[in-house]
Design a protein around this ligand. Structure first.
Ligand code: CTP
Length: 424
């Protein structure tokens, strides 16, 4: 029973849901929790407590009132009748006016008019995401399931609600793969057929790229992204990303190996900056394209400049770094090669090298050299009577390299090194 599941939620989450319901009662509006929250609650897989609320009535007025009462921050999008309230504890409540959507042409953003909860649920992607429960006092915790979502949850099925679903919104093809793999569900045969039809009309190529990008990132951020990639390849392919992109068995085993290398990094280097795993997978997906094509694709999908830089660096620096790292090197040489590179690229070098020396050098860099800091600073150089200038930086760098190579231990040893260098 849904109400029992609700009662097992953390106290503050249940309290928040009841509070939102009480604001709806005061405003004489019907309010519902909808979408992923309901799905995950019924699956017993709840770990994300961001709320999606739909109200029958003016959603923005409701959000304004709620935000005031919660002392929260409000952002709204008038054209869609939606708003987001960010509460004091930074939890997010998305609020929407119950709406009907009309797609005037395929893959466009829909025209929106106010509607009732049934219309609102009927415009959604899959039956498992088209359930709601009431939060007003008179229907608190009552499941609203016009489209047999709960049956599909039990049957482990991803089923689209209507025949034009993937024509109206082709990003849903990627969503189907994501939910199927995440929940270990099957895409229903009829839905699969609809996906294949949409794919054969190249519908994904017609969506604005940033919407596809967001869904692709979500796929690559799933717990088992490689399974998702395989499924996307099977149901529609990746030509939406680039017409020459091939996801064959070789590519899949590359992705699988990358997953292992990233797990090794996570297990051993918890204290270090987190690796953007999704980006590593994407770099591997795009790897066979020429750099200019990767750049064009990255620009078209409006990835961030830091992300694009890392994608191109893999292409530009990986082979060269492997060649260098195969030889016998001083710690400072290893540091010079690896320090300018992102962890994402370093892990890919590890993956691609398949060579003991490279592995040893990267291991040493991550375990030791990357942690080393010198104890002397600009002030110490100044005290030696040296005027600030570019050689300042050079002297400190030389000291740092000496620390790596000669094992300077104390600040006194570093100062002594500095003094000798400065004299020359
Ligand atoms: N939705 C939709 N079509 C889309 C995107 C979203 O119908 N292209 C609907 C679904 O009902 C979904 C809800 O909007 O449940 C919220 O979308 P989103 O936050 O992306 O998905 P969640 O279901 O909350 O999934 P997740 O657990 O990944 O956040």
């Amino acid at each position: 029973m849904l109400i029992e599941r609700l009662n097992r939620l953390p106290k503050e989450v249940l309290g928040r849901v009841k509070f939102i319901g009480s604001v709806a009662d005061e405003m004489h509006m019907n309010a519902y929790v909808v979408g992923g929250f309901v799905r995950d609650l019924l699956l017993g897989a709840k770990n994300n407590f961001d709320l999606d609320i739909v109200v029958e009535g003016d959603g923005i007025a409701f959000a304004r009132e709620l935000s005031g009462k919660l002392n929260g921050r409000l952002a709204h999008h008038k054209a869609f009748g939606t708003a987001t309230v960010v509460a004091q504890d930074n939890s997010k409540i998305d609020i929407a006016t119950a709406r009907k959507e009309i797609y005037e042409f395929p893959a466009a953003l829909p025209k929106v008019t106010p509607g009732a909860i049934k219309d609102d649920l009927g415009r959604r992607d899959f039956s498992i995401n088209a359930m709601a429960f009431g939060i007003n006092k008179n229907n608190f915790g009552q499941l609203i399931d016009f489209y047999a979502g709960n049956d599909d949850l039990k049957a482990k099925k991803v089923r689209a609600l209507h025949d034009l679903s993937f024509i109206d919104d082709p990003t849903r093809i990627l969503r189907a793969a994501r939910f199927a793999e995440r929940c270990n569900f099957k895409i229903s045969p009829y839905t699969l057929n609809l996906i294949k039809q949409a794919a054969s009309h190249k519908m994904p190529e017609k969506v604005s790229p940033h919407r596809l990008r967001d869904e692709l990132i979500l796929i690559l951020k799933e717990n088992e992204p490689v399974k998702c990639v395989k499924l996307v390849e099977k149901i529609c392919g990746f030509s939406f990303l680039h017409p020459r992109l091939v996801v064959d068995q070789k590519k899949i085993s590359s992705l699988e190996k990358a997953a292992k290398v990233m797990k090794w990094f996570e297990d051993n280097f918890r204290h270090k900056r987190k690796v953007d795993k999704w980006l590593v997978y994407l770099m591997l997906l795009l790897e066979d394209l020429p750099a200019a094509e990767i750049r064009k694709t990255a620009d078209r999908f409006a990835f961030r400049s830091g992300e694009i830089k890392r994608m191109l660096s893999f292409k530009a620096d990986c082979k060269r770094a492997i060649l260098k790292l195969k030889s016998e090197l001083k710690p400072s040489d290893i540091h010079c090669i690896l320090d300018p590179l992102s962890y994402e690229v370093i892990l890919l070098i590890l993956l691609r090298a398949n060579n003991r020396s490279v592995e040893k050098n990267i291991n040493n860099f991550l375990h030791h050299y990357n942690e080393v800091r010198i104890l002397v600073g600009g002030e110490d150089v100044k005290k030696l009577g040296i005027k600030p200038g570019p050689h300042f930086k050079k002297l400190l760098k030389q000291t740092f390299h000496a620390k790596l190579d000669k094992g300077l231990k104390t600040k006194e040893e570093e100062l002594e090194f500095l003094r000798r260098k400065a004299k020359r």
